[in-house]
Design a protein around this ligand. Structure first.
Ligand code: UDP
Ligand code: MG
Length: 418
């Protein structure tokens, strides 16, 4: 088994060596082979010389250097083309994303055959301003809506995936590449794991707000043709408004036999013709959208598996094993769920018991307090009052006279009570 690490580097002279050191410490301890693919994206500092040194000194290092800065997306594409591993991972050179997590992602992929890709997502970036955080969140929800494919907010390019996913991504030959969209478009089973973005190891981020905005805009244009429809919708609305306005105006003025204003008619006609022009643009946009999709030469579908009848014997045993594993996993999940339910039930009973005990304890305390107060009061009361109180108590405790007694004392007593 082999892992390919793709590391795009642009002006990272402060980071590349430390990155290699940290990554080597993690991957030397792993049972699999790791190849490093450093892609120098036209750095203007000492990055390339440092990478050349790493290449000379280490057998597992590959190096690609661009003739100029083509951008991170191009660097990732070049790395993907060169990768030979069964598992492939994109990771930044600045150690904001830890190699330890890559090892965990590989472990997850090894353990769970049902996942094809493990993507790391950061809940928030502390260094981002609240405006950037808000804009990023909105961007992903808008992208999900306009493109019809799901974009997970916070998911970065930091992801580890199987070779079949890499092949699918490579089959998309479009020029304007937007990796987050490409991964969302090709599909496959992706598991998202949270991660905490570390401090940059050195140097600065290469993304200004303007660059981020243009990247987001490129992404939107690359994955949606819906904005091309907007002139059509606006045009239809404007034309309808113009026609309704004109009709009502004519009707009212003819009924009331008033003179028609040329300006009003002209304005409504302007609305109608402006709307028609926009509609025409919208229709042209529809065709351009189709051409836009066609020139990308994206495949019409991506199959995750394809078993032919002639290969049945070859795959049957492996598939049987996979099916058994899945059934076992399902059983394990069911047991886990049942255990969880039982635990929750017990927890509820325990909570009720504790609450009851608490109530009893409180009642006991209140009783004790009342007794203490009574004792205190008893001490303070003078003898006369005490005696009076005792008499009152005795009177209270005396049993009520029986029915027979009432009659024997005469009817007047009974009437008195009434
Ligand atoms: N990068 C690149 N080309 C560029 C910009 C960035 O190869 O034009 C690399 C950069 O060297 C780093 C990774 O992409 O390894 C992420 O860049 P950065 O850390 O600046 O982005 P941030 O973490 O701020 O989003
Ligand atoms: Mg970074």
């Amino acid at each position: 088994m082999k892992l390919s690490l793709i590391i795009p580097c642009y002006n990272e002279e402060e980071c590349v060596e430390k990155f290699f050191e940290a990554a080597s410490a993690v991957f030397e301890a792993q049972p699999y082979q790791t190849e490093y693919i450093f892609v120098d994206d036209g750095s203007e500092d000492n990055t390339l010389s440092l990478l050349k040194k790493l290449y000379v000194e280490n057998a597992q290092v590959n190096l690609i250097s661009f003739s100029r800065n083509f951008g991170k997306e191009a660097a990732m594409h070049a790395g993907l083309k060169a990768a030979k591993g069964d598992y492939i991972c994109f990771i930044d050179a600045d150690l904001q994303q830890r190699p330890e997590l890559v090892a965990k992602m590989v472990e997850l992929l090894e353990k769970h055959r049902e996942y094809d890709c493990i993507a790391a997502f950061a809940k928030e970036r502390k260094e981002d301003s609240s405006f950037t955080q808000f804009a990023k969140k909105r961007f992903y929800s808008i992208m999900t809506r306009v493109s019809g494919i799901e974009f997970v907010g916070g998911a970065s390019d930091f992801r580890c995936f199987r070779r079949n996913v890499a092949e699918a991504i490579l089959s998309l030959s479009e020029y304007h590449r937007f990796s987050k969209g490409l991964f969302a478009w090709v599909g496959f089973h992706t598991r998202y794991v949270p991660y905490e973005i570390q401090e940059r190891n050195g140097g600065d981020s290469k993304w200004s707000l303007g660059k981020l905005f243009s990247y987001a805009f490129d992404g939107m244009v690359a994955f949606s043709t819906k904005p091309l429809r907007w002139p059509l919708y606006i045009g239809l609305g404007t034309t309808a408004f113009g026609i309704i306005y004109l009709l009502f105006y004519l009707l009212f003025n003819i009924i009331r036999s008033q003179r028609l204003s040329e300006a009003a008619i002209l304005i409504s006609l302007m609305f109608i013709f402006f709307g028609i022009t926009l509609c025409a643009l919208g229709v042209i946009g529809e065709y351009i959208g189709k051409i836009h999709i066609q020139v990308k030469h994206r495949p019409t579908y991506i199959a995750s598996v394809c078993y032919q009848a002639k290969d049945r014997e070859k795959y049957a045993a492996q598939l049987q094993k996979e099916l058994e594993q899945e059934a076992e996993e399902l059983k394990r999940l069911k047991i886990k769920r049942a255990k969880y339910k039982e635990m929750k039930r017990k927890q509820k009973v325990m909570e009720q018991l504790v609450a009851q005990q608490e109530l009893e304890r409180e009642a006991e305390e209140a009783e004790k307090e009342a007794e203490a107060v009574a004792a205190e009061e008893g001490k303070k009361q003078p003898k006369k009052v005490k005696a009076k109180k005792q008499k009152k108590e005795e009177k209270k405790q005396k049993p009520a006279p029986e029915e027979e007694d009432i009659y024997t004392t005469g009817p007047s007593a009974g009437f008195e009570d009434e």
